[in-house]
Write a protein of this length. Structure first.
Lengths: 331, 317
């Protein structure tokens, strides 16, 4: 049984590694199939107001410097070797290593994403179970009305609204950013308080957008599970209502864990809107700005990190599910 | 002797979008201490509804009247809290679908101990001992107590369900189609096990089934149910050898012959009547060979007090 599980975990790991390898390859080729070229992004369009004119020798030197004169397969080997060392090159606009930029942004995104996910998952599950359990009653009807409405509000609009009401009018929260700039903290507690007051609005905004999905999933799974014979039997052997709910909850976890893993991936992308609205220095803002600046190395590096994050989350979910439900992967 | 379970005039109906389903109609049934009582009927006749109404686990859209007395306590107005205390503690239940009646993701040991915990205070070690002892009684290796339900076969799972139902030595066990999902060889072993449980645990049992022949082996008395009514009742001997209601006789005749080769199996033609309406005639009318004019105009007598057969033709026909 445990050997079966280990084998399951190992083979899934292998599958994800192959997927990641394919992503690396695509990440290498996609920019090279796009129109234009690295030189063009350095010099700018020849139709621009002030075209940068390079002589042939400089062009050749530049191409040589970036190994762009090498055959494609040599370039690819070089790219893979660099990727293995987490070397994604230099940012074109900032001229510092891509890895440093990403590592500087990652903690903020993880803080924002993570707290929003914990918040939305906790309330999504709690409300979903209550709703499913009391199916057809007032609470259920009310939640079924509110949740889709919440989901339908575009996050950037909700974000802007929140900033207007809570930051601008009420003045309860700072307007933007993740920290108050140029401030001397009086201590650890002060710094934490500052971080959280900046985090609160974007986190709530993100959570409000994510919660309805979790809620609806949990409610539906819960309603389905309640029809199952084991719930009837749990009632028939006189379990307390709280304990019957636990049985339903355990059986609802597998789809929920998978859903959350999938959401983690989307949160990195979905945070683009919210991070931009709140000027939160996370990965989303980085990607957004890099797009505008056509900072290809940063984009490539960010995409690799995001795919790695999505794959790692799914892999973690697979492992978690195999522990929750021993039947998983044993067919 | 005071009956363990005494049901009188139990009428149950459910309001649905299709209309009102009249499922149980004026049912009288009792189970005495130490007795095994069979309740036989085809699917849709209301026998499972009876079990679930006694346990009060089908309250959604339900209306019920009459009296259900368990150990002299009226259950119809017992309240949800009292009913929860009774379920599992004093009334055990063996469900129809044993295959899925255990939570697939929770270890068997946990499902036993949580049942104990919600009813009586007991140290953890003692709970485990009781669980192992009970599993041993139904011939399940107690060393497998920490396995998951899907690691057992269908027959083993049904044994586990029986163990779970008798865990707290209830005064009454209701077994709802305990053998239906099992193959024939396992069926007879489970039937014998039920009898053993009643004897060893000094309890009583109401066995619900559609299979008169299989169940009759262990029953002291049998009730035959048709379209939500008891149509005949009596000792197993009376039912099996001196049955009087045309429906019982047809049930007995529809048995698969064991030895003869070219005998056509007699089923009962026709369908049971719809539960969506009330009848002022005999409900078995369309499927009865011996129906007469009175059967179309008047309801047959009810199986109450000393009336054994609910048929206009009366006893001795």
């Amino acid at each position: 049984m445990d050997r079966k599980r280990l084998w399951h975990i190992f083979s899934r790991g292998l599958e994800y590694s192959i997927t990641f390898f394919l992503i690396l390859i695509i990440n290498f080729f996609i920019p090279r199939t796009m129109p234009g070229g690295p030189l063009l992004s350095i010099t700018g369009s020849q139709n621009a107001d002030l075209p940068v004119v390079l002589d042939e020798e400089t062009k050749y030197e530049l191409m040589e410097y970036y190994h762009l004169n090498d055959p494609l397969h040599i370039q690819f080997m070089q790219y893979m070797a660099d990727a293995a060392q987490l070397d994604f090159g230099y940012s074109i606009t900032h001229n510092i290593p891509v890895l440093d930029i990403i590592l500087g942004r990652l903690p903020w995104t993880i803080l924002l994403m993570g707290s929003a996910l914990v918040f939305s998952t906790f309330f999504g599950i709690a409300l979903g179970i209550e709703s499913g359990w009391n199916r057809g009653r007032k609470l259920d009807h009310a939640l079924l009305m509110i949740m889709p409405v919440l989901r339908s509000i575009p996050p950037f609009f909700l974000g802007a609204l929140m900033i207007f009401v809570f930051s601008y009018r009420m003045g309860w929260f700072p307007l933007s950013g993740a920290l108050t700039p140029y401030i001397d903290y009086t201590g650890m507690a002060d710094q934490v308080r500052d971080i959280f007051s900046h985090l609160a609005l974007p986190m709530l905004c993100l959570a409000a957008f994510e919660m309805p999905g979790t809620y609806l999933l949990v409610r539906n799974v819960c309603v389905q599970q309640m029809e199952k014979p084991y719930v009837l039997m749990a009632t028939a052997r006189g379990l307390k209502e709280r304990n019957i709910k636990k049985h339903v909850l355990i059986n609802s976890t597998v789809p929920v864990v998978n859903q959350i893993a999938a959401m983690l991936g989307f949160l990195v992308g979905g945070a683009v809107f919210i991070e931009t609205v709140f000027s939160y220095p996370g990965m989303g803002m980085l990607v957004y700005n890099s797009f505008i600046e056509r900072d290809y190395p940063v984009l490539q590096g960010a995409f690799i990190f995001m795919s790695l994050c999505v794959l790692a989350c799914n892999y973690a979910a697979d492992i978690a599910c195999s522990y929750i439900d021993g039947r998983a992967g044993q067919e | 002797m005071m009956p363990v379970l005494d049901i009188q005039g139990l009428t149950v109906d459910f309001s649905t979008t299709e209309g009102i389903h009249y499922v149980l109609k004026n049912v009288d049934l009792n189970v005495n201490k130490g007795e095994i009582v069979g309740l036989i009927g085809e699917s849709g006749s209301g026998k499972s509804t009876l079990a679930m109404t006694v346990l009060d686990i089908n309250s959604r859209n339900r209306k019920r009247s009459g009296s259900i007395r368990f150990m002299n306590e009226e259950l119809i107005n017992a309240g949800t809290q009292r009913m929860r205390e009774l379920r599992g503690r004093h009334i055990g239940f063996v469900p129809q679908s044993s295959m899925n009646a255990l939570n697939p993701l929770v270890r068997v040991s946990k499902q036993f101990t949580e049942t104990i915990k919600d009813h009586i205070n007991m140290p953890a070690q003692q709970m485990l001992e009781l669980t192992e002892k009970t599993l041993e009684m139904v011939a399940i290796d107690p060393s497998r107590v920490n396995s998951f339900p899907y690691e057992f076969s269908g027959g083993q799972r049904q044994r586990i369900m029986i163990a779970l139902s008798m865990l707290l030595s209830p005064k009454l066990i209701i077994a709802d189609e305990p053998t239906t999902a099992l193959d024939a060889t396992v069926q007879s072993k489970i039937i014998d096990l039920l009898k053993e449980v009643v004897e060893q645990k000094h309890t009583s049992m109401l066995v619900i089934s559609h299979d008169l022949h299989t169940i009759s082996r262990i029953c002291d008395r049998i009730y035959i149910m048709y379209a939500g009514r008891i149509v005949e009742t009596g000792s197993t001997e009376q039912i099996m050898h001196h049955s009087e209601h045309p429906y019982t006789q047809k049930l007995l005749a529809s048995r698969l012959p064991l030895m003869s080769e070219h005998v056509k199996v007699k089923g009962i033609s026709g369908k049971p009547p719809s539960t969506l309406m009330e009848y002022s005639r005999c409900e078995f009318l369309e499927r009865c060979d011996r129906a007469s004019v009175i059967c179309k105009t008047k309801r047959p007598p009810e199986c109450i007090d000393n009336v054994r057969v609910a048929c206009h033709l009366g006893e001795g026909t």
